[in-house]
Ligand binder design. Structure first.
Ligand code: HEC
Length: 142
């Protein structure tokens, strides 16, 4: 009787321990997921994506020109990720409707650019990049 009781409580303790470990492990996984999916700021997107010869737009153009499609796809994928995320930020000025419209357009053009690299279609890539209208958005929201 006593033995059985001890066995039962031991099983219970082990069960709890397993549960605790499982919960612990899953919460670490979510923390990592969250970090990976952290929304890049507007500034980060502008500087890494657009500004100068070291930014993704210039790198995509260069890679396509050299026929380095794998590199172009890599860069364009990040630009498309920026496209998906820009609208999740709040701009320093301008109204919400306009921001929604312009960031949606940005998401579409960056996605089309990425697709162009996947299809190895230089024309589609250039059309996608040309579709990014810096001034239109800056006038309203920067
Ligand atoms: C859909 C909107 C949108 C588009 C398109 C856009 N920008 Fe911007 N950009 C912004 C906003 C908003 C800011 C201001 C960010 C702030 O001050 O927090 C900004 C800021 C910047 C900055 C300053 C960043 C810093 O923190 O120093 C640069 C550089 C820049 N943009 C370059 C470009 C270029 C080049 C293009 C076109 C290839 C472009 N942007 C297209 C919205 C946009």
């Amino acid at each position: 009787m006593l033995r059985k009781l001890i066995r039962m409580s031991l099983a219970g303790t082990l069960g709890m321990l397993a549960l605790t470990l499982a919960v612990g492990a899953s919460s670490t996984a979510t923390a990592q997921e969250k970090d990976k999916e952290k929304v890049p700021t507007i500034s980060e997107i502008m500087l890494k994506g657009h500004k100068g010869t070291d930014a993704y737009i210039a790198k995509i153009r260069g890679a396509v020109k050299d026929g380095k499609w794998k590199d172009a796809q890599e860069y364009a994928k990040t630009l498309a990720f920026f496209g998906e995320n820009l609208g999740k930020n709040k701009p320093p000025k301008g109204d919400a409707e306009s921001w929604k419209k312009l960031t949606k357009k940005y998401a579409e053009t960056t996605k089309a650019t990425h697709k162009g690299t996947v299809d190895k279609d230089a024309k589609a890539v250039n059309a996608g990049l040309k579709g990014i209208n810096c001034m239109e958005c800056h006038k309203a929201h920067r």
